[in-house]
Design a protein around this ligand. Structure first.
Ligand code: AMP
Length: 248
C-alpha cells in the first residue's frame, strides 16, 4: 500500500476500475468492511483519511477526534487498500476556497438540524474527493444513513459519474454500532449507550429515558430507517435501523 499526500502522488498510478472509501480515520471493523467491499469489486482501492474540520461544529469534538495514522495505515494495508490518500487541509481547501455544495432538504433535517453546516461540508468534501480520485464506485456505511442519502442525492443532482454503494452497519457483539467516537465512552457510559440500539430495534423511544435525545424519527432515506441521535455524557452517538419491508 502507498500513502499519498497530494492527488498527483497517486492519480497516474490508478488502474482499471477504482473504488474509493472516504473516511476520517480511527479505523474499526466498520471501515474495514467498506475496504473489503471495495476490494471485492474494483481493480484499485483508494481510502481517503481526512478529518474534515468544516463538518464539525464549533462545540464539537474536532480537537479530541482520535488520530493514529500509523495504525490506520497498517489496518488499511491488511484490508487490501492500494492507496491511502491523506491530504493536508490545503489540498482539499486551497487558499481562497469559496465553493460549497448544499443538498437543501435532505441536508437540513435530523442530523442537519442539529449540526448546521454539517452536510454542506460532507457533500463538498465528497465531491472534491470524487474529482481528485475519479472513482467508479464510492463506499459508505449504512450507519450514517443520512450521509449516504445526501451523497447519493448530490451525485444524482449533479450527474457525478460515480456509483454509490452502501454497506451494512457493523456492530459490536452487544449491539452497539462501531464508531470512532465509542472510544470516548467510559465503561458506565458504554453500558448506558446500549439503550440506543435497543430502542431502535424495539422501535421504543422510552428505552432512551435518562439520555439526552436529539431525535428519534423515521426517515425515508431509501431504504426507510428509524434513526436516532443521543448524547451519553459528552459523547454524541447516532444509529439507525432499516424498517421492515424496506431491507435492500
Ligand atoms: P468516518 O470515518 O466515521 O467518517 O466513517 C467513514 C465511513 O465508514 C462512512 O461511510 C461511515 O458510514 C462508515 N462507517 C462508520 N461506522 C460504521 C459501521 N459501524 N458500520 C459500517 N460502516 C461504518
Amino acid at each position: 500500500m502507498r500513502i499519498a499526500r497530494t492527488a498527483p502522488d497517486f492519480q497516474l498510478s490508478l488502474q482499471g476500475s477504482i473504488g474509493l472509501v472516504p473516511t476520517m480515520g480511527a479505523f474499526h471493523d466498520g471501515h474495514l468492511s467498506l475496504f473489503r467491499a471495495a476490494r471485492a469489486e474494483n481493480d484499485t482501492v483508494v481510502a481517503s483519511l481526512f478529518v474534515n474540520a468544516a463538518q464539525f461544529g464549533p462545540d464539537e469534538d474536532l480537537d479530541r477526534y482520535p488520530r493514529d495514522e500509523e495504525r490506520d495505515a497498517r489496518l488499511a494495508d491488511e484490508a487490501g487498500v492500494d492507496f491511502l490518500f491523506v491530504p493536508d487541509a490545503e489540498e482539499i481547501y486551497p487558499p481562497g476556497f469559496q465553493t460549497w455544495v448544499e443538498v437543501e432538504s435532505l441536508g437540513s433535517i435530523l442530523e442537519g438540524e442539529h449540526r448546521p453546516g454539517h452536510f454542506q461540508a460532507v457533500a463538498t468534501v465528497c465531491l472534491k474527493l470524487f474529482n481528485l480520485v475519479r472513482p467508479d464506485r464510492a463506499y459508505f456505511g449504512q450507519k450514517d444513513a443520512q450521509q449516504a442519502a445526501v451523497v447519493r442525492r448530490m451525485v444524482g443532482d449533479l450527474a457525478v459519474p460515480v456509483e454509490i454503494r452502501v454497506c451494512p452497519t457493523v456492530r459490536d457483539e452487544d449491539g452497539l454500532a462501531l464508531s470512532s467516537r465509542n472510544a470516548y465512552l467510559s465503561p458506565e457510559e458504554r453500558e448506558a449507550a446500549l439503550a440506543l440500539p435497543r430502542a431502535l430495534q424495539a422501535h421504543d423511544r422510552s428505552l432512551l429515558n435518562g439520555l439526552e435525545v436529539d431525535y428519534f424519527e423515521e426517515a425515508n432515506f431509501e431504504p426507510r430507517v428509524l434513526a436516532a441521535a443521543v448524547r451519553v455524557g459528552g459523547t454524541r452517538l447516532i444509529d439507525n435501523v432499516i424498517l421492515e419491508g424496506d431491507k435492500p
